[in-house]
Design a protein around this ligand. Structure first.
Ligand code: UTP
Length: 290
């Protein structure tokens, strides 16, 4: 199999759970301390060997392309004014990385968003990263995207990240059933979108990291919208299962926070603050004193 070098970042959702903030700020631009969620996701991709970033955006998400714009004039101003130390934080992308922005048009679901990348991705395996699933960067842990890329190359198949989710949240996730839960990477038997607890085949929820075969595009083209009018990626992945050994689940190594909702976002912020050498001691004192 060819190297996997392209990552799709679907950022076309409306972020209604974060209104009113998301009326003008894309959810993916919300910061964990001083860095936007999308920047963490992009750094994870680049660390995993991705060289082409494909953002599926909506009209209200201009701030995301602004964030990755090199802004040469402002950059020069920093240098002239002796503020070169700011460039480390200002330069959000290495020069050799390619950025592509594709409008989704209408927010017709995650599957529809991924489908917009078909022409740019072509006939290659590709990664999909949902920036609102924040995975805490940890120097000693292989990042989730790299873990999936390695597994995909090993099994010559699509691989998606899963983790155990609490019972009361099962109905908010795609849920998989695997052949054996013994290993870190297992062949998937079934996958269902947002089942009730009674219907759920397990408590293994799909989280926002995928490495997918280009076959998924054709499956998405033939996937019907759900009752809410959205094309679900999970429904296309369920079709992949018609071919044996074509979809695997990898248990996530790292610590993940669902920053698409308030509690996960606050937890991610607290955890990151307690690990930030600049502020951790003060934050810890502050929390103790509450
Ligand atoms: P969510 O289910 O979190 O939807 O999408 P959302 O619109 O972002 O947020 P809420 O539920 O209204 O609060 C999961 C991921 O899929 C992307 C989102 O941007 C997010 O990264 N997405 C979703 C799209 O790119 N397009 C869509 O039409 C829907």
């Amino acid at each position: 199999m060819k190297k996997i070098t392209k990552a799709v970042f679907p950022v076309g959702g409306m972020g209604t759970r974060f209104l009113p903030a998301t009326k003008s700020i894309p959810k993916e631009m919300l910061p964990i301390i001083d860095k936007p969620l999308i920047q963490y996701a992009v750094e994870e991709a680049i660390e995993a060997g991705i060289t082409t970033l494909i953002f599926i955006t909506s009209a209200s998400k201009q701030a995301i392309s602004d964030h990755f714009d090199p802004k040469p004039l402002l950059r020069k101003k920093f240098v002239v004014e002796g503020k070169s130390h700011l460039l480390d934080k200002f330069d959000t992308l290495p020069k050799e990385i390619t950025r592509v922005f594709i409008p989704q048009g209408e927010p017709l679901g995650l599957g529809h968003a991924v489908l917009q990348a078909k022409e740019i991705v072509g006939d290659e395996y590709f990664s999909v990263i949902l920036a609102d699933d924040f995975i805490k960067p940890q120097a000693d842990v292989i990042n989730a995207t790299k873990q999936l890329i390695d597994a995909s190359l090993q099994y010559d198949a699509s691989v998606i990240s899963v983790e155990e989710v609490p019972e009361d949240r099962i109905s908010q996730y795609g849920i998989v059933d695997v052949n054996s839960a013994q290993a870190d990477i297992n062949c998937i038997k079934t996958i269902v979108e947002k089942p009730s607890i009674e219907e759920a085949p397990s408590n293994l929820g799909v989280i926002g990291r995928y490495v997918l075969s280009p076959e998924v595009f054709e499956l998405l083209e033939n996937t019907q919208s759900d009752k809410g009018g959205e094309i679900q990626l999970t429904d296309a992945l369920a079709q992949l299962l018609n071919k044996p050994d074509s979809l695997y689940a990898a248990t996530l190594n790292g610590k993940r926070y669902d920053c698409g909702h308030k509690l996960g976002y606050v937890q991610a912020t607290i955890d990151s603050a307690l690990n930030d050498p600049e502020i951790s001691v003060d934050v810890s004192e502050f929390i103790k004193g509450l």
